[in-house]
Design a protein around this ligand. Structure first.
Ligand SMILES: [Zn+2]
Length: 324
């Protein structure tokens, strides 16, 4: 299996990853946005790229070399835009091939196809093309696979889990998942394993929305890494960063320092009409952004006794091993 990693500007080796954020979005488009285009009020492509470049430059200043952008195909993934952001800023970007939860993305196209054809095989084929040949004929190859489970176990989402596990078997690409704050993390992991996923190359996502160390332990004992990728987020009934740090210390005590990666799940620019957060929500969104990990969370971890070496594992060594 290949030890090179696809970035949007070409292949790199794992030792070139450096400090890596494992789950971010330079831009994000909710399904339905395209139906509002006649308003003429959407942010322009230029504004989207500028916002992405600003976020990327901030990450570079903070010591990051690589950002994994896991914007799925059904929420506006655009590797050509990511390539522009990478070239203009100098940061390495790994893009994904994959799909999001039914609650947000509906079951329109693939739901329709699954009634008529072998949709799982079609999705597997698509993912493999994007990983090995490139996105829409551009030659820009995806570097990771994104799959997701929602608030219930659904056949719709399971199609993508099966296809993702199979595409991983073929290509050796890393899988990065979405869970609803850790809900069904064990079930998602078991299902992926049943379909051939490689646990050492799979990261179970949004796990810091759940503070139960036993849940994390179960997932990591299956061989998976956990993505503590909502650092800074207080919205959607998320725990606080202080509580996340208590969890991290417990996971370190249990011997899982080598199974933890960190990210912010930040969105540099929403595609569509521009907006401001409502006044009452602004406080909760204040740290849910690019830059917060190094600005706020790393100092908090250090103050809590987590060592530089452990932090370096979360941000440098563990991503490198997962991608090796
Ligand atoms: Zn995300």
């Amino acid at each position: 299996m290949s030890k090179t990693i696809n970035t949007v500007t070409g292949p790199i080796t794992p030792d070139m990853l450096g400090q890596t954020a494992m789950h971010e979005h330079f831009f994000f488009e909710y399904p339905g946005c395209a139906g509002d285009l006649s308003s003429g009020k959407h942010v322009t492509k230029e504004q989207i790229i500028d916002a992405g470049v600003a976020a990327a430059k901030l990450m570079l200043e903070q010591g990051y070399s690589t950002v994994v952008d896991v914007t799925p195909n059904d929420t506006g993934n655009n590797p050509e835009w990511l390539k522009e952001i990478s070239e203009r800023s100098g940061i390495q970007i790994i893009s994904c091939t994959g799909f999001y939860i039914q609650e947000i993305c509906g079951s329109g196209y693939w739901g329709f196809r699954s009634r008529i054809v072998d949709a799982v095989s079609e999705i597997e084929e698509l993912m493999t093309i994007e990983l090995t040949e490139g996105w829409r004929g551009t030659g820009i190859k995806a570097g990771v696979i994104k799959v997701a489970t929602g608030s219930e176990i659904r056949d719709y989402e399971n199609m993508f889990l099966i296809a993702g596990a199979r595409a991983q078997r073929k290509t050796g690409a890393v899988i990065i998942t979405h869970t609803e704050n850790g809900k069904f993390a064990v079930e998602q992991g078991k299902f992926l394993l049943e379909h051939g996923a490689l646990p050492e190359k799979t990261v179970i996502g949004h796990m810091c929305g759940n503070l139960d160390p036993d849940l994390h332990t179960k997932v990591m004992e299956m061989g998976f890494s956990v993505n503590l990728d909502h650092v800074g987020a207080y919205i959607f009934n998320q725990p606080s960063d202080e509580e996340r740090i208590v969890l991290i210390k417990e996971l370190i005590n249990r011997g899982f320092t080598d199974k933890i990666v960190l990210s912010q799940d930040a969105i540099a620019q929403y595609v569509g009409r521009p907006f401001e957060w409502p006044e009452e929500e602004k406080h909760d969104w204040r740290n849910y952004r690019f830059g917060w990990i190094c600005e706020g969370f790393v100092p908090m971890m250090k103050a809590a006794g987590i060592t530089d070496e452990q932090i370096n594992m979360f941000m440098v060594e563990n991503p490198k091993r997962i991608f090796s």
